[in-house]
Design a protein around this ligand. Sequence first.
Ligand code: NAD
Length: 468
Amino acid sequence: MLDMGMTIGGRQVAGQESFAVMNPATGEVIGNIANASLDDLDRAVNAAKAAYPAWSALPDADRQKVINTLADALEARAGDLAELLTRENGKPLGGIGSHFELGGAVVWTRSTAALDMPVKVLQDTDEGRIELHRKSLGVVGSILPWNWPVIIAIWHIMPALRAGNTVVVKPSPFTPLSTMLAVQIMNEILPAGVLNVVTSDDQSASIGAAMAQHPDIRKIVFTGSTATGEKVMQSAATTMKRLTLELGGNDAGIILPDVDPKAIAEGLFWGAFINTGQTCAAMKRMYVHEDIHDAVVEEFVNVAKNMPMGNGMDDGVLMGPLTTPFQHEKVAHLVEAAAQDGTVQMGGTSGDGQFHETTIVTDLADDHPLVTEEQFGPAVPVLRYRDVEDALERANASDAGLGGSIWTNDMDKAKSLALRMECGSVWINKHGALQPNAPFGGVKKSGLGVEFGDEGLMENTDIQVIHQ
Ligand code: NAD
């Protein structure tokens, strides 16, 4: 059993109370960790504030060097971090699981270190010179979800640090351990106070809400549900915080009649079921042309049947449990309703504990909750269409606008349809592939702003224009 403290001002802090963290695959308690009070949060923000002047004054090249050292340290401890991640989140160690997530965290850290923040000269004429400078903000607050807790922490922390900010991070109460260990490892390198972590069960005090209101936090980067994102936006209003909000999705995939169902089946599977479907930009609705609908479903089921689900610590497992009891209940409820109103092609029942069978359902109406809501689990509806214009209209008929995909061999058609999808990223013949040089973010109710690349880095800065 792990007994972990918060990291505040470079020191381990126990907190007056603690809360338990469970392994979703076994139900056993794996850790007891500090439950922050509002005073603990103030201490963390004060530590970040005190560390800010020296960190922000470092030359760019020095901060880049430190961040590369962080990547080396995380890489050296990737095995420990991956194991902890599997035990608290449930995702498998192998496949597209914890080792994959840690590998991504290291790659993202190095590529964020390499980004530049040059001064932009807007005008240099006899009338005068105008320069656009990018300036760090101060203390950045990061609020994390439970589905990809390490890599999302890296997505929040690294650009903030690279730009010269200091950080207070709050993990999800369900998966705090791997983030806490990552912060401890990074604190062996960083000056005290540059990166702090506070943990909370969200029961006695909403530390997340207090961060969004905190007068000394200049920006919140939040990844989580749209419902909580709305609350963050409201709480942040009075201090006029900068916000990056990465929220829920209900991504559609449109599959055109010219594809080979067998050739795309594995891509469809991982597009929908990466991290057991608990991924913001997973394919959550599939629109398949009627000519190939049955063949696509058959091949999709064939692939899905061969993807073992179980305890992520066991060899060969590729799918895990739902990470939280609430999420398990939500998926079971949606699937129960779908089984009544549609045709279950595979799965359909809840397993032991927090496991749920991989489920593929056809013949649902467009207004069925499994189609309109973000299921965030191993269940996906496959819907028929005749005319691609109709499929596009149905795909766009959602408040969410995170990702989408087009599956076809006709690239021109794919691109013209992609441009008409109402979402932040569109993939062609794949779904959900993220990379550090391509900005990622949602439109409509899927969020505000982007992460990654120059555009993501700049969200950690204010613009100052010098007219001379
Ligand atoms: P959640 O909204 O329940 O919780 C996210 C975080 O917010 C947690 O740390 C929680 O403690 C904190 N929180 C709770 N109440 C708060 C409040 N009032 N103010 C501030 N913070 C508060 O989300 P979750 O269930 O952890 O994550 C799943 C959701 O995240 C899904 O909707 C998924 O699509 C979304 N997500 C989006 C992206 C993206 O990049 N767009 C990535 C991953 C997950």
